[in-house]
Design a binder for this molecule. Structure first.
Ligand SMILES: [Zn+2]
Length: 661
């Protein structure tokens, strides 16, 4: 159950000293009234920006107040005027990006192996993107800043602290080298240095959270690293909640948020999703996101089980854009009506996907994106988990493409299978070259001889496909069954298209000769020898998705949610924790790449007369209602299936299924 404000704004305010009259038109009453009219119930406002300037009357460093700040009490007035209307105001400050520090304390900056500053954004000087090292004396500067902020604002007025930019960087400064040597770390190994950098961030967060909790015990605390993955786990105690920054028209794209939220919701923390009202991303002044795109991004947060936050940037004159708050108000008006059905609900899932990220690092792995896309397009209900999490809550576990072999993980999964769990593993997952794999019942020989080969559909896998060869756009693996059955064969090409056997424009065609198995089955474990999820991410061949669907149907009786709508219809099933009613979220928005740079959504294309089929288990249905109206719609029961038809889905629709007590 979430106690978070569900309709938040994150109000950026990075403001150059070359802009005059900062906050000259700010009017606290008007500011709060605009927010209230747009149904905003929390807004994150700025104490300090990436330029290094302060927006409150600092006692400690008045010299760092923005030199052109007309509204000296800007932050305090934002807080007071919002509080009078019941709107919370968490406070933003920056941690590792600060132009003032860059200019005045270059000795506090992180440096790479060549002694150069670490600018992760690739922007030409001057800028504020040089990462600050938290092992330098800057740590004391930051703590003094926090204490000053807490004293000036007063603990009773502080709803929370949002601390931005904590990046794990490979710092070679003397402080970091000394610390690593003291801990006996091999500083010649990059992986060791990065491990230390992560540990150091964890320690920094613990120290800062202790400082905040001592003085402002009720404050929300969040540290932003622009992504939440398994790396966040070691520090979870330092956060009161998690915010999932993910602006689809920025660098994150539309695939990042669902992949991140489905993992983060397994971390037992309240979650906030965060997008922006910008057409592109942060700092995009005087732009509005398409209304349909903002609807989708925000409603998807509800469907994934998170509260909502929309990023905006305040004009330096201190006024909010009326058009931006018309847009935000349009979406948040709907959220306000629907959040009572979302706040106290938890996702109902049938599958878990093991994330490769804890092994590969580097954010959401392409094979995971391919998995999320396939499963969502097939209307399956799933979480993303890491190897330490419990498997027993799931009927089926998916191991996408690149999960490395680990004895303990193999043991855990074999125990899960012995207890009745089902597994789909693909490609290299849990394989060792030359070894018989007891989970899959075959011996793994490593990469295929062919960079591309073919699969041959049959009545078990690829049932709906024409019974002829289909290319696989990624190199498979060779396996020989020992105790497994072969469910699908590969077909070999004449040769690889290389050297003297160069042929046509892409791969050589099928030779008709049967190769190693493409799909094997060993009890309740199905294995695909190709990286089908990575292939789907790269080329989205529909035949890969159909092959996966056929494999799932061999292992699971009936999916939780089925429908006769298109693959662009996203479904998400939840259960109300108090009433046990099911809430089914339905989203139909189609993302399009209309430009060189970004994907977006411009139109809502309604779906009419869509029939849904839900597995009822042993429960008796009392009623099916449209939300928020409560209007009941007809339903029928066929065996253990509940069937009902939704006449119109114009973008987003919530349905509640009430069960008899
Ligand atoms: Zn350092």
């Amino acid at each position: 159950m979430s106690e978070l404000s569900y309709r938040q704004v994150h109000l950026d305010f990075h403001t150059s000293e070359h802009i005059p009259d900062i906050g000259k038109d700010f009017d606290g009453e008007q500011f709060a009234e605009t927010l209230q009219a747009a149904h905003v119930d929390s807004i994150t406002c700025f104490a300090r920006c990436h330029h290094g300037w302060l927006y409150y009357p600092s006692k400690n460093r008045p010299d760092l107040m923005h030199p052109n700040l007309v509204a000296e009490n800007l932050l305090l007035d934002q807080i007071d005027s919002c509080h009078r209307r019941g709107i919370k105001v968490p406070i933003y400050t920056t941690v590792q990006w600060d132009a003032y520090i860059s200019r005045n304390h270059p000795e506090w900056l992180a440096i790479d192996e060549n002694g150069d500053y670490i600018n992760t954004q690739g922007v030409a000087e001057p800028h504020f993107y040089n990462t600050i090292c938290l092992n330098s004396d800057y740590r004391d500067y930051f703590k003094a800043h926090l204490l000053d902020l807490i004293e000036v604002v007063g603990p009773e007025r502080i709803d929370g602290l949002f601390m931005d930019i904590l990046f794990r960087v490979d710092c070679h400064c003397t402080h970091c080298m000394k610390q690593m040597e003291a801990r006996g770390i091999d500083t010649t190994q990059k992986s060791e240095r990065l491990q230390y950098a992560g540990d150091m961030l964890d320690e920094f967060r613990a120290e800062i959270s202790a400082l905040i909790k001592e003085r402002v015990p009720h404050a929300g605390i969040f540290y932003n690293s622009s992504h939440i993955g398994p790396n966040a786990k070691a520090s979870l105690d330092s956060y009161t909640h998690l915010e999932l920054e993910s602006l689809p028209s920025g660098g994150w794209g539309y695939d990042h948020f669902p992949a991140t939220a489905r993992y983060a919701r397994c971390l037992n923390k309240d979650l906030i999703g965060m997008t922006g009202k910008f057409h592109t991303y942060w700092g995009d002044f005087h732009s509005l996101k398409n209304k349909a795109a903002l609807e989708f991004e925000v409603f998807q947060m509800l469907a994934m089980g998170t509260a909502c936050s929309i990023g905006d940037q305040l004009h330096p004159n201190g006024t909010l854009s009326p058009a931006a708050y018309d847009l935000i108000g349009h979406v948040y008006g709907s959220v306000k009506e629907l959040e009572p059905y979302c706040k106290h609900s938890k996702p109902v899932v049938e599958m878990a996907v093991l994330t490769p990220e804890e092994f590969t690092g580097g954010g959401v792995h392409p094979s995971l994106i391919g998995t999320v896309r396939m499963l969502q397009e097939l209307s399956y209900q799933f979480n993303i988990i890491d190897s330490s999490m419990d498997l027993d809550a799931y009927s089926l576990l998916i191991l996408p493409d690149v999960i490395p072999y680990q004895a303990a993980l193999m043991e855990k999964i074999r125990t899960y299978v012995e207890r009745g769990g089902k597994v789909i593993g693909t490609h290299e997952s849990l394989q060792q070259i030359g070894q018989e794999n007891p989970l899959y019942g075959h011996t793994y020989h490593g990469a295929s001889t062919y960079d591309r080969d073919f699969v041959l559909p049959n009545e078990t896998i690829g049932k709906e496909l024409p019974k002829e060869a289909f290319v696989m756009y990624g190199q498979g693996a060779e396996v020989s069954p020992t105790t497994a059955d072969t469910l699908m064969d590969t077909v070999q090409p004449y040769f690889n298209r290389e050297g003297e056997t160069f042929c046509s424009h892409q791969h050589a065609p099928s030779s008709g000769k049967i190769g190693h198995p493409a799909v094997t089955k060993h009890g309740n474990v199905i294995y695909f020898s190709h990286p089908i999820f990575r292939i789907y991410r790269k080329n989205c061949p529909a035949w890969c998705k159909q092959m996966l669907q056929d494999a799932v149907s061999l292992l699971l009786d009936t999916p939780l949610v089925q429908h006769d709508g298109p693959s662009t219809l996203l479904t998400s099933l939840h259960e109300d924790e108090k009433t046990q009613a099911n809430i089914l979220h339905m989203l139909h928005y189609i993302t399009e790449k209309r430009s060189e740079d970004i994907y977006t959504i411009e139109d809502i294309i309604p779906l009419y007369h869509t029939t849904f089929q839900l597995r009822t288990a042993d429960k008796q249905v009392q009623s099916v209602q449209l939300l928020p109206s409560g209007e009941e719609i007809p339903f029928e029961i066929k065996g253990n299936q509940l069937l009902f038809t939704v006449e119109k889905i114009a973008g987003y629709r919530l349905i509640q299924i009430n069960w008899q007590a």
